[in-house]
Write a protein that binds this ligand. Structure first.
Ligand code: OKP
Ligand code: ZN
Length: 343
């Protein structure tokens, strides 16, 4: 299986995020991708190739143009105002307030985001562009007939909405890839999100569309971030009615329970008749993850890969979360090896 990877993520290196009331070192760090890449190489999963450059047009198929332009200029605007310390938002629009774009960068950061865990740094723009190119290159491999491909994206993407960032995510790499598969001729595409957190951004981007099915297994939003989306009664709207399926699971979920939900999710995907599958591959479901509360173990990830292969679809894996850094390579590549062996 081919892995697509770019070093351009390393300059996205946030200092801190707001966690348990403290500013703590960012959980989402460059070492994550480095360790996944190292594991890809040491296991001989397959070749590693750099991304092709696609520009911003395919990004703007799922993100608003003003949002993309904001991200491009955010760091320079922030530095001009405050100097070269990471940019973090601190205030957001609540019900009863007005949705107007502020002139000041501090207001713009709040306007275009939804949490205080997602720093913008000197290298953020370069990294988010590269991650989109990595995802798009992976999608192109699938279009060209690969059975499976791995887009080793960093930063992750599934929390990013059409016009706002958060949850360590800026461009929604999986959504960009799913849209690219549609644009290349796949009539129906499914996105399966197995990160421990609900893929609120991906869900929202496709919520009113019947051509892209979004299915997610995640910690119940009554207990876990992102709290305000990801409930079981969210089934899509308009043409998208019935093309969204959430499987919220309680803290402490182990592989037996998770696996049952996966069976339901895969049945939904089979019934939908997808021609291609994009997997938002987060491994923060691991029992040792520092910010999550599921109980999956390393061998379970191999079994997941086998189960995904049995779905029988051309499959693009897009890297999302996973913060038990010492185990992230093992867990992520176990999924890919399980898939490759069974495909
Ligand atoms: C990104 B991904 C609060 C920490 C919550 C946000 C988690 C973002 C997860 N104590 N931080 O892996 O889905
Ligand atoms: Zn996550």
């Amino acid at each position: 299986m081919i892995t697509v990877y770019s070093d351009d993520h390393v300059g996205h290196d946030g200092k801190a995020e707001l966690h348990d009331g403290k500013l703590v070192p960012s959980f989402e760090m460059p070492r994550r991708a480095a360790l996944v890449l190292a594991r890809v190489q040491e296991t001989g999963l397959g070749p590693v190739m750099p991304p092709k450059l696609f520009g911003l047009d395919p990004v703007r198929r799922v993100h608003a143009a003003d949002y993309v332009a904001f991200l491009e200029g955010a760091w320079d605007a922030w530095v001009a105002e405050h100097g070269p310390w990471d940019a973090l938002p601190f205030t957001w629009i609540a019900p009863g307030m007005r949705r107007v774009v502020p002139d000041h960068i501090d207001g713009k950061l709040g306007y275009y985001s939804f949490d205080a865990g997602t720093p913008i740094t000197a290298g953020t723009w370069r990294a988010v562009r590269a991650a989109a190119d990595v995802a798009l290159t992976g999608a192109e491999l699938i279009v060209r007939g690969e059975r499976g491909a791995f887009a080793l994206c960093r930063p992750p993407g599934h929390h990013a909405h059409r016009a706002c960032y958060g949850g360590y995510c800026f461009f929604n790499n999986a959504a960009i890839a799913a849209q690219a598969l549609r644009d290349a001729g796949a009539e129906r595409v499914a996105v399966l999100d197995i990160d421990c957190h609900h893929g609120n951004g991906t869900q929202d981007i496709f919520y009113d569309r019947g051509d892209v099915l979004f299915v997610s297994l995640h910690a119940d939003p009554v207990q876990e971030y992102p709290y305000f989306l990801g409930f079981a009664d969210e089934t899509g709207t308009g043409a998208g009615e019935g093309a969204n399926a959430n499987y919220p699971l309680p803290f402490g979920t182990d592989f037996a329970a998770w696996s049952e939900a996966l069976a339901h999710a895969l049945a939904r995907i089979a019934a939908f008749g997808a021609e291609a599958l994009v997997v938002s591959l987060g491994v923060d479901t691991f029992k040792g993850d520092p910010i999550s509360r599921f109980r999956l173990d390393s061998p379970d990830y191999t079994a997941i890969g086998e189960r995904l292969a049995a779905a029988g679809l051309p499959t693009l894996f897009v890297m999302e979360g996973g913060y038990a850094v010492e185990a992230i390579g093992l867990n992520a590549v176990n999924v890919l090896q399980g898939f490759r062996a069974a495909a």
